[in-house]
Design a protein around this ligand. Structure first.
Ligand SMILES: Cc1cc2nc3c(=O)[nH]c(=O)nc-3n(C[C@H](O)[C@H](O)[C@H](O)COP(=O)(O)OP(=O)(O)OC[C@H]3O[C@@H](n4cnc5c(N)ncnc54)[C@H](O)[C@@H]3O)c2cc1C
Length: 437
């Protein structure tokens, strides 16, 4: 870079904040422009796969995350009536170099936001700036924002702009005018958090049911003093009710009683889903959407990452982990090509596009949750004989290892990544620049 203007990262969500931390840690100045007037912890539970945790560990955030998350021991796939189909050990419990973590998105966001402010100062992020337009002229990008805090407009001129502005990305809309809205799957996800007695061993995620009627349950915080643990639940149903659900609105409340009634059959010996729903602190709805994969996320000096580039169904816990891998890759590619941002962005795309597009499609085909459908068909054909498993080890292995390979978290690749050095704290004094005036 010529030193004229920091890179502009549009969107201070998971991908945007991780990108900013990664750029600064590699000596590349940037500023995050976030639409929200105030940065507050939002969302419910989120899962971080070992490769996502690796990125956060290298950014020096492992200790802060460990305090607010649960190290997932296993994912248990269960039938509609709660019978165990398969227990899939996760992260270090599967011999990987990094854990899988379940965490409240708000806590994850706070860890990233706090690190950005501590390390690079308040000017590293500008809340209240909502992107309106992007123009490219010569070797510059001119980004125009509505200033939601002070009114009026703010223009930021930069040599490179990274669109990390989520599923309804304005950067993407500018890059791909006329693109249709995200594609609905017909499934609505009812999501919430409830303090309850720990489920199973307090470190297990359960996915029970079938695609069109399923409960996903996992704890997101260590138990508090009274022994209760914050349980994240997602109740997914293939029939819309209660009005419109809109992509991009992550905070849409919905009536607990209606959701509890819809999942009245999900009373298992390890968890009573309707009771969890009724006692929830928050109860939200969100449509399960994605977009068709595209063959480019980069247009010269503008690049897309995270949900802006590749929104995907939240199957296989990949959304935030793939966003973190994007963040790492774009920061590395830009730092490797500081005087030629288009080349850096192109290298980022070459590294990530094909892999992530495959994950989007694998999730559309239900990823590892194919096991639920196969088990349901098997059980519909008659109960297995005593001692016989619902699905054979071979079937389970075929489904789960194919998905691990597609999503890039098979044991071998994660083990070989474990030797990478931490980016933070820095070893060189010049690795901590602060935003310029
Ligand atoms: C409020 C909120 C709650 C969420 N809750 C959950 C959850 O509970 N579980 C889950 O699995 N996933 C949740 N997600 C989505 C999840 O964070 C992402 O799927 C994933 O982590 C990828 O992150 P991302 O940074 O690409 O997108 P996001 O985390 O969605 O971040 C996008 C950011 O861009 C900002 N933005 C959008 N438009 C503009 C604009 N025009 N100008 C400037 N900034 C803009 C948004 O305010 C947001 O901060 C939530 C997202 C948001 C925004």
């Amino acid at each position: 870079m010529s030193g004229l203007a920091p890179i502009v990262v549009v969107g201070g969500g998971i991908a945007g904040l991780a990108t900013a931390l990664g750029l600064w840690a590699r000596g590349v100045p940037c500023v995050v422009a976030e639409s929200a007037r105030e940065i507050v912890p939002l969302g419910v539970g989120i899962n971080l796969l070992p490769h996502g945790v690796r990125v956060l560990t290298e950014l020096g955030l492992a200790e802060a995350l460990a305090e607010v998350s649960v190290e997932t021991r296993a994912i248990e796939y269960r039938s509609r009536d709660g019978r165990l189909i398969h227990s899939d050990p996760r992260g270090r419990h599967a011999g990987m170099a990094f854990p899988q973590l379940s965490v409240h998105r708000g806590n994850l966001h706070t860890v990233l936001y706090g690190a950005l402010l501590d390390r690079h100062g308040d000017d590293a992020i500008r809340p209240g700036l909502r992107l309106r337009s992007v123009e490219r002229r010569g070797g510059f990008v001119h980004a125009c924002f509505e200033d939601r805090r002070h009114g009026g407009e703010v223009r930021l001129d930069t040599e490179g702009l990274i669109g990390a502005d989520g599923v309804m990305s304005s950067v993407r809309a500018a890059m791909r005018p006329g693109e249709p809205p995200p594609r609905g799957s017909g499934i609505v996800m009812y999501r919430g958090l409830t303090w309850a007695r720990p489920m199973l061993d307090g470190r297990t995620m359960v996915i029970a049911g079938v695609h069109e009627h399923k409960a996903v349950l996992y704890p997101v915080r260590p138990p508090r003093r009274d022994g209760l643990q914050l349980i994240n639940w997602v109740a997914e149903h293939g029939e819309r009710f209660g009005g419109d659900t809109t992509a991009g609105d992550w905070n849409r409340p919905v009536d607990r009683a209606e959701v509890a009634a819809l999942f009245a059959d999900c009373r298992f010996d390890f968890a009573d889903v309707p009771a969890l729903v009724r006692a929830a602190e928050v109860c939200l709805s969100y449509p399960m959407v994605d977009r068709d994969p595209v063959d480019s996320w980069v247009d010269g000096r503008v690049a897309l990452i995270g949900d802006a580039a590749h929104p995907m169904y939240p199957i296989g816990a990949n959304g935030s982990s793939q966003a973190l891998l994007d963040a790492e890759a774009i920061a590395e590619c830009v730092a490797a090509s500081p005087r030629d941002l288009p080349a850096g962005f192109a290298a980022f795309q070459a590294r990530r596009l094909e892999t992530v597009n495959a994950v989007v499609l694998a999730n559309r085909a239900r990823g590892p949750e194919k096991l639920l459908q196969l088990a349901d068909e098997r059980l519909a054909a008659g109960a297995p004989a005593d001692g016989e498993p619902i699905l054979s080890g071979e079937t389970i292995d075929t489904v789960t290892s194919a998905y691990r390979r597609t999503a890039g978290f098979e044991r071998e690749s994660l083990a070989s990544m474990s030797a990478r050095p931490r980016l933070w704290p820095p070893t060189r004094s010049d690795a901590t620049p602060r935003p310029g005036p």
